[in-house]
Write a protein that binds this ligand. Sequence first.
Ligand SMILES: [Zn+2]
Ligand SMILES: [Zn+2]
Length: 103
Amino acid sequence: MFCPKCGAMLKIKREKNKKYFSCSCGYTNRDIGDVRLKEEVKRDDKALDVVDDSSEPLPLTEEECPKCGHRKAYYWLVQMRGGDEADTKFFRCEQCKYTWREN
Ligand SMILES: [Zn+2]
Ligand SMILES: [Zn+2]
């Protein structure tokens, strides 16, 4: 653990039940304690999940758009109710965003 201000090695200090890092330059990080650290990690994981969900691009496939004739479309699978039937494939035209399902 190094000081973000001056780069020197931080010293661990204790105050009542809290641990924190302090540096000879005056920098202290009182937020770091064992419990607090675990919370921070959890929150980071959640944030990452959200980012993954929203930023994950759909795969492109060669499928002709029935509307504009563009030959590339994004696709994804949707499990229909019942569960016996196979997943239904949906397409979205890369160009005009028209969305249709297979068959
Ligand atoms: Zn420092
Ligand atoms: Zn299209």
